[in-house]
Design a protein around this ligand. Structure first.
Ligand code: NDP
Length: 333
């Protein structure tokens, strides 16, 4: 008997109202093929990348099932899958998308066992965002590396990735300067470990960074705001500093004149994505082990601040785009 899933799909790129909750029979009767598994979701993560995919900023073939992060229980595994079995609690960040659903069949290499100590909501919220904080802070290093006491700048520090990064940076001994769009968000970033905070809607963040660092600048800027902050972020870097442009919440960064990097102090620029880091099962597991250990140690708490029913996904996207959310949000199927 075919298995049907409730899935959030978009037929054509557009606004939040383009998303529809539909019943879709799983391919192949729901039987996982080689290297695949079927997972029943308990929670689905909400991420800004879902907005880019829904709206067409990142163009993908349509109709598109959305969502790249989830947790739940494995129901069946295909040939060759040995690291998970039916009944296991599991979580993932995945490409292709499709986690906004009651259940799905997907590549098993993206999926890891979820430790008993971590609940499904945290599991769904922490994989894409936590693994991103992991690779940003530990695998995206400036010249000479990062050491305790170093200054770094993290834009949008009160968001999902942001509040995880604030805590993790503190645990690593870094002095994270966090920006956010309101005084309340700044206070939250500080509570989560930011050493300094700047409201970038009311203050000149580059001037404040210079002030905080005694004129020197920071070793790394992590910038996911994109168009609105990119160029000024370069002004916050010390000579040889590293600009990590990893998102575009305010719009895509326009083409860059690489001469700027020389003029502003022999800067380094990278535009990473999580999906290069988690391309193999081994790398995914190693990064997830580090994330789980850090969460279990208490150094990082996963800030699940909002829960939405899957049927209310349009409201969840509207809130995310209106900059109303802080920390992580989950959808409950
Ligand atoms: P957030 O919860 O951080 O939400 C985005 C935040 O960006 C908003 O809350 C807002 O915070 C800020 N922002 C600034 N300008 C705008 C604008 N014009 N419109 C909307 N928001 C704006 O999202 P996530 O935690 O899901 O992701 C954070 C960023 O990291 C995203 O850009 C995402 O795409 C990127 N990312 C990149 C990955 C990669 O590997 N490259 C992986 C994961 C995430 P405020 O009000 O404080 O300004």
């Amino acid at each position: 008997m075919p298995i049907t899933a409730r899935v959030v799909q978009v037929a054509r790129a557009g606004g939040a109202d383009a998303m529809k909750l539909v019943d879709v029979p799983l391919p192949n009767g729901g039987e996982p093929g080689p290297g695949e598994l079927r997972i029943r979701h308990h929670a689905c993560g909400l991420n800004y990348i879902d907005v880019y995919q829904r709206s067409g900023v990142y163009p993908l073939p349509m109709p598109l099932s959305l969502g790249m992060e989830g947790s739940g229980v494995v129901e069946a595994v295909g040939a060759g899958v040995t690291h998970l079995q039916p009944g296991d609690r599991a979580a993932y960040a995945s490409n292709p998308p499709g986690s906004y659903s009651s259940l799905r069949v997907m590549p098993a290499k993206c999926v890891v066992k979820l430790p008993e100590a971590i609940d499904f909501e945290c599991g769904a919220a922490m994989m894409l965002k936590g693994l991103t904080a992991q690779y940003l802070l530990k695998r995206t290093q400036p010249q000479g590396g990062l050491a305790a006491g170093d200054f770094v700048l993290f834009q949008a520090a009160a968001g999902g990735v942001g509040l995880i990064a604030c805590q993790w940076a503190k645990a690593l001994g870094l002095q994270l300067i966090g920006t956010a769009g309101s005084d309340e968000k700044c206070a939250l970033a500080r509570e989560h470990g930011a050493a300094h905070v700047i409201n970038y809607r009311s203050e000149d963040f580059a001037a404040r960074v210079k002030e905080i660092t005694g004129g020197r600048g920071v070793k790394v800027v992590y910038d996911s705001v994109g168009k609105d902050t990119f160029e000024k972020s370069l002004d916050c870097l010390a000579p040889f500093g590293l600009m990590v442009s990893f998102g575009n919440a305010s719009g895509k960064v326009p083409p860059v004149d690489i001469g700027l990097l020389g003029a502003k102090g022999s800067l380094h620029l990278t535009r990473p994505t999580l999906f290069t880091h988690i391309a193999t099962r081994e790398a995914t597991q190693a990064m997830a082990d580090d994330l789980f250990a850090t969460v279990r140690s208490g150094a990082v708490k996963i800030p699940v601040e909002r829960r939405y029913a899957l049927a209310d996904v349009a409201r969840a996207h509207e809130d995310l785009e209106a900059r109303i959310t802080v920390g992580c949000s989950v959808l409950i199927p």
